[in-house]
Design a protein around this ligand. Structure first.
Ligand SMILES: NC(=O)c1ccc[n+]([C@@H]2O[C@H](COP(=O)([O-])OP(=O)(O)OC[C@H]3O[C@@H](n4cnc5c(N)ncnc54)[C@H](OP(=O)(O)O)[C@@H]3O)[C@@H](O)[C@H]2O)c1
Length: 324
C-alpha cells in the first residue's frame, strides 16, 4: 500500500485528495520508482482545473519526480533496481510515493544531483534548455524579454541566458520578485503590475525591440508581447498562467513586422532519443555552477492542494517540491 494524490473531477485545489493506493507491477517496458521528491509545475494546475483534458477518473497528477528504482519490467535492460532516476513528462501520477512509468521517460541522475534538486529542475530546466537552445538559439549579446522572471522557469532562464552572454529583460509583479530575478542574472526588470512593458522595452533596446520574447503568462501578456518583438522576430508563447491565448488574428503578425509565433511543448522536444542529451546539458549547467536551483517552497505530499493554491496565487518564487 502506498499514498498518492488523486482527483475524481476537475476543479479547484480542493478536488485533490490524499488517498491509499496499490501500485501496479511494472509491465515489460516499465519500471517502478520510489519517489524521494516531486516537482510542482504550472501544468499540474491545467490538468487539475480542466484546461488540459484528463482521459480517466480517478486520475493521478504530476509529471515530474526523482527517486530510486524498486522494480523493473522483464524487457528493461538499461536500468536496474537501486538506480537513481528522474523524469519530466510521461503519464500523470508523479504525486505519489511510488509510480510505475515507461522506462524511456527516465534519465539516470549523476551523484552530484540530489533528488530534491532533480525534482525541482527536470521539467523547468529541460524547458529552458529547449527554449533557449532549440526553439530559438540564443546568441551572446542579444537582448530578450522573459515574462514571470522570478518563477520556476523564469529564475532558471535568467541564469542560463546570462551564461550564454545574453541580456534578459524580465517581467515580475512585485519588488521582491524583481530582486529575485536580478539576483538570478536578469539585466533589467519591469514590474508589469504598474509599468508599461512595451514602452520600457523600446527604451531599453534603443527602439530595436527583442529578437525573441518568451511568454509563459499567456492571455494577459499576449498583446504586449507582440509589441515587444522586433520585425521578423519570434514570440514563443509557452504557457497559460493567466489563461489560454485564443482568437488570434494572424493579420496582426504582418502589421507588427512579419513576426513568427510558436506554441511549443516540452513533450515534442524531450523525446526519448533526445532526452538524455538535454538532461546531460542541464546537469552540466548545474555541476559547473552556472545554474543554481532555488527551491523556495517545500510541502508534504499530503498538502499538494495548499501548494497549488500558493502557485496559482502568485505567491511562490523559483521551484516548489512536494515530499512523499
Ligand atoms: N510549454 C512548455 O514546454 C512548458 C514547460 C514548463 C512550463 N511551462 C509554462 O511556463 C510557465 C511558468 O511555469 P512555472 O511552473 O515555472 O510557474 P511559475 O512561473 O513559477 O508561476 C507562474 C507565474 O506566472 C505569473 N503570472 C502572471 N499572471 C498570472 C496569473 N494571472 N495567475 C497566476 N500567475 C500569473 C506569476 O509571476 P508574477 O507574479 O511575477 O507575474 C506566477 O508566479 C507556465 O505558464 C507553464 O505552463 C511551459
Amino acid at each position: 500500500m502506498a499514498k498518492r494524490i488523486q482527483f475524481d473531477a476537475t476543479g479547484g485545489p480542493e478536488v485533490l485528495q490524499y488517498v491509499d493506493y496499490t501500485p501496479a507491477e511494472p509491465g515489460p517496458n516499465e519500471v517502478r520508482v520510489r519517489n524521494k521528491a516531486i516537482g510542482l509545475n504550472y501544468i499540474d494546475t491545467y490538468f487539475r482545473g480542466g484546461l488540459y483534458p484528463i482521459s480517466n477518473f480517478p486520475s493521478g497528477l504530476g509529471t515530474e519526480a526523482a527517486g530510486e528504482i524498486e522494480a523493473v519490467g522483464s524487457a528493461v535492460t538499461h536500468l536496474k533496481v537501486g538506480d537513481r532516476v528522474a523524469h519530466a513528462g510521461g503519464p500523470l501520477g508523479a504525486y505519489s510515493d511510488v509510480h510505475v512509468l515507461p522506462s524511456n521517460v527516465l534519465v539516470k541522475l549523476p551523484e552530484a544531483i540530489s533528488f530534491e534538486q532533480a525534482a525541482a529542475v527536470m521539467l523547468k530546466g529541460l524547458t529552458v534548455q529547449y527554449l533557449l537552445r532549440q526553439t530559438y538559439r540564443l546568441e551572446a549579446g542579444e537582448t530578450i524579454l522573459f515574462h514571470a522572471a522570478a518563477g520556476g522557469v523564469g529564475l532558471l532562464a535568467c541564469q542560463w541566458a546570462k551564461a550564454l552572454g545574453a541580456r534578459v529583460i524580465g517581467t515580475v509583479s512585485s519588488p521582491e520578485k524583481a530582486a529575485k530575478a536580478k539576483a538570478a542574472g536578469a539585466w533589467e526588470v519591469i514590474d508589469y503590475s504598474h509599468e508599461n512593458v512595451a514602452q520600457r522595452v523600446l527604451e531599453l533596446t534603443d527602439g530595436k525591440k527583442c529578437p525573441v520574447v518568451y511568454d509563459g503568462v499567456g492571455k494577459d501578456t499576449w498583446e504586449t508581447s507582440l509589441d515587444c518583438v522586433a520585425p521578423r522576430g519570434l514570440l514563443v508563447s509557452f504557457g497559460n498562467a493567466s489563461g489560454a491565448v485564443s482568437g488570434v488574428n494572424l493579420g496582426v503578425l504582418s502589421s507588427k513586422g512579419s513576426l513568427y509565433v510558436t506554441r511549443p511543448t516540452l513533450a515534442t522536444y524531450a523525446v526519448p532519443s533526445a532526452l538524455q542529451g538535454m538532461a546531460d546539458e542541464l546537469f552540466g549547467m548545474i555541476t559547473s555552477g552556472k545554474l543554481n536551483i532555488e527551491i523556495n517552497q517545500r510541502y508534504p505530499l499530503a498538502e499538494a492542494a495548499k501548494a497549488h493554491t500558493e502557485l496559482s496565487g502568485r505567491r511562490t518564487t523559483g521551484s516548489t517540491i512536494l515530499l512523499p
